[in-house]
Design a protein around this ligand. Structure first.
Ligand SMILES: [Zn+2]
Length: 704
């Protein structure tokens, strides 16, 4: 009688002879001998799908089998290697418990949201971002039990569930109660990860899908929250347990087989030849930057300079690695400050939506852990690290609203991300440095409702000067009523609504061809713009030409020379770096591998206009790097000096007398400008109270 089991045996033998052919091919033979030499450091045999399919007829049959039934393939390969003694490990270690069989180079990608029951027990390749990782802990893979009579029973374990045998496996033995023998059992290191889907599909506002992934042995401790990777693994299903009861619903999870595409720096958006043609046409048109600018938040009137800065931010500069291991950041950070109620929030929200890896957060809702990452315990009492929004935006754009509300620790984290491109997590036994190389697009409201052009900027927005100095471009958005401008805004808003109404009513023919109506629609649609950005980042890494270098250097030295004795420092070296980054982005938009003179000129035009608005001291009229954080501004220093001087002359002077005395001064800052406002005097007193003066009684000051 031939039983079913025996029937299965023939194809198995068949498979083993096929695998023997494949494993004896050059590619796999080399890998096997490497394992012999490098064990235990190398302890995974990678079954490369493409290499397998290259080995004649046998390879083609087996390649199909890898996709269909990877679990069975793993058993077949173990059998083939053991029966044919293809590897002898040191100390005669059991091959099966020492070497992992892994699959790689599975070409066809599966989207996480498309995973269904048909994928269960099959191998898939998925693009994802790691959003959570646990500590690495040993987990039992093969448990050995002993009964009272001393028989041993071996039970293979599921990756996430402990399986106990019903009774002793020895023939005739009736013992049911068995003891686990940890020393005889086989353990392997394990780490649980949670991944979230990535890709263009998510931009339509869908909730992203997540999946648990189990990484074992040499694949543990390789990935961090925030990493973007392609993972290859076997999909498994497990019954969900709700309130202690088994549910009818099954959850999917993945047993990780291989990690591919680590360190991918740009979003790989599929671009067809038609899109590529359009992108090249726009790049050649000579108005690429203008077209992109007009496609950013077109429903918001004006703010062209800000939108232009965002355009440059989306394309970014060139990431440079220095020989000493430090990096020059590629990210361009843009900061919008000013009156509440202006379009700041709407603009940054639109930009985050437009970027392929764009995220939006408000500092009031996403503080601390939300920003940098969180450490907590999971259901198995293991430490887990969840990625914060800074890591999730790595090599992307993070729009952050209400930065003025940030706590000190958050600001510290932002500062590190802006400068180093990392966030550091220190909690309990967890010390991690996660990648956070994102371009920041921040918005902040002033402490006292309206922006005060005369008061210190860092003070007004509740931030340290060093933090302020890390922004490449700072824009002041003020709400100043102006009849002509207001009319333009009104027209723009009504046109936006008109176009929207026509589209809703399917009366597109009524949308006029007027300039105004054109301006409320995108010149480049978001999908194409994302393709454009991806294409440029992937293919273009522009290099400075001699002329451009000369132009940038001259601007820097010329502007620095504006400073004469007693006058403030107009620019710092950081500004020069900003100008270089901006010209890189501009060249990239033109799809040019060289940064030409025109790119440098455009960059300087944008930079100079921005810095003159924000860093010109309204009291002295000179450009002052101190106003945007690079040290204390000269005006502020002068006021501090004057305040201290008055206190020195009259120890114990009252607050009121101090204000009156100072108001008499007409030449505080070396000009005849009489403006000294109370708020700058108060902030000077605050500054002095830190070290140099004290209150001998409330509201009376003395020098220390
Ligand atoms: Zn027994």
């Amino acid at each position: 009688m031939i039983s079913l089991e025996e029937d299965d045996l023939f194809p198995d033998d068949d498979k083993c002879s096929l695998w023997l052919k494949v494993l004896k091919s050059k590619y796999f033979k080399e890998q096997l001998s490497q394992i012999v030499y490098e064990f235990p450091f190398k302890r995974s045999l990678y079954i490369d799908y493409r290499q397998v399919s290259k080995v004649g007829k046998a390879g083609i049959t087996l390649a199909d089998e890898i996709l269909e039934n990877p679990g069975k393939v793993i058993e077949d390969i173990y059998d083939t290697i053991e029966h044919n003694h293809l590897i002898i490990l040191p100390e005669n270690k059991k091959f099966k418990n020492s070497i992992n069989i892994r699959f790689c180079n599975i070409l066809k990608k599966t989207k996480m949201r498309d995973l269904r029951d048909l994928h269960v027990n099959r191998i898939v390749s998925i693009d994802a971002i790691i959003i959570r990782s646990t500590e690495v802990r040993p987990t039992i893979r093969e448990a050995v039990f002993r009964c009272k009579a001393g028989h041993f029973t071996t039970e293979a374990q599921a990756i996430n569930k402990f399986i106990e045998p019903d009774c002793c496996a020895a023939e005739g033995c009736t013992f049911k109660k068995l003891d686990l023998m940890p020393k005889r059992s086989h353990f392997v290191n394990m780490q649980k990860l949670k991944i979230q889907e990535t890709g263009e599909g998510l931009k339509s506002g869908q909730q992203p899908q997540t999946l648990d992934v189990y990484a074992t042995d040499d694949l543990t401790d390789r990935l961090n929250p925030g990493d973007r990777v392609t993972l290859i693994g076997i999909v498994r299903s497990q019954q969900r347990i709700a309130h202690g009861e088994k549910s009818v619903v099954f959850d999917l999870f993945m047993e990780l087989s291989a990690i591919e595409r680590e360190e991918e720096d740009f979003e790989d958006i599929p671009i067809d030849s038609a899109a590529e043609k359009k992108i090249k046409e726009i790049a050649r048109s000579g108005r690429a930057l203008e077209m992109i600018t007009s496609s950013i938040a077109p429903s918001i009137y004006g703010h062209t300079e800000i939108k232009k800065a965002i355009a440059l931010q989306l394309f970014g500069g060139v990431l440079k690695e220095n020989e000493d291991g430090t990096i020059c950041r590629a990210a361009i950070h843009v900061f919008l400050i000013g009156d509440p109620g202006t379009a700041k929030s709407a603009i940054i929200r639109a930009a985050a939506k437009l970027a392929a890896r764009g995220n939006f957060a408000t500092m009031t809702t996403s503080s601390g852990p939300g920003l940098t990452g969180a450490v907590s315990r999971d259901e198995d009492n293991r430490w887990v690290v969840d990625a914060g929004i800074l890591s999730l935006s790595d090599m992307g754009l993070l729009a952050l609203d209400e930065i003025d509300k940030a706590e000190d620790s958050d600001r510290q984290a932002l500062y590190e991300a802006m400068q180093e491109g990392t966030v550091t997590i220190h909690k309990a036994s967890i010390h991690r440095m996660l990648k956070a190389r994102c371009a920041l697009l921040g918005a902040a409201n002033p402490k006292h409702e309206r922006f005060d052009p005369f008061a210190d900027i860092a003070d007004q927005f509740n931030m340290k000067p060093a933090f302020l100095s890390r922004w490449d471009l700072i824009f002041i958005v003020q709400d100043n009523p102006n009849k002509e401008e207001d009319m333009k805004i009104a027209i723009h808003i009504s046109k936006t609504h008109h176009v929207g109404q026509c589209k809703a009513a399917k009366r597109e023919e009524e949308i006029e061809e007027s300039e105004e109506e054109k301006s409320v629609t995108c010149e480049i649609l978001p999908v194409l713009l994302r393709q454009y950005i991806s294409y440029a980042q992937k293919n273009i890494s522009p290099v400075l030409t001699e002329q451009a270098t000369k132009y940038l250097n001259e601007y820097y030295t010329k502007t620095r020379a504006e400073a004469t004795e007693g006058k403030p420092v107009p620019l710092t070296a950081r500004a020069h770096e900003t100008a270089i980054r901006l010209s890189e982005a501009i060249a990239r938009i033109r799809l040019s591998q060289n940064i030409e003179l025109i790119d440098a000129k455009e960059a300087i035009q944008i930079f100079d206009a921005c810095i003159r608005k924000v860093a010109t001291d309204p009291k002295s009229g000179s450009l002052d790097a101190g106003r945007i954080g690079s040290g204390t501004s000269v005006t502020k220093l002068n006021i501090i000096k004057a305040v201290k001087h008055e206190i020195e002359i009259e120890p114990g002077i009252s607050h009121r007398t101090l204000l009156e005395k100072l108001a008499e001064h007409t030449s505080l800052n070396g000009t005849s400008d009489p403006i000294i406002d109370i708020s700058s005097i108060n902030s000077a007193i605050d500054e002095l109270l830190k070290k140099e003066i004290y209150q001998n009684r409330v509201g009376h000051y003395k020098v220390v």
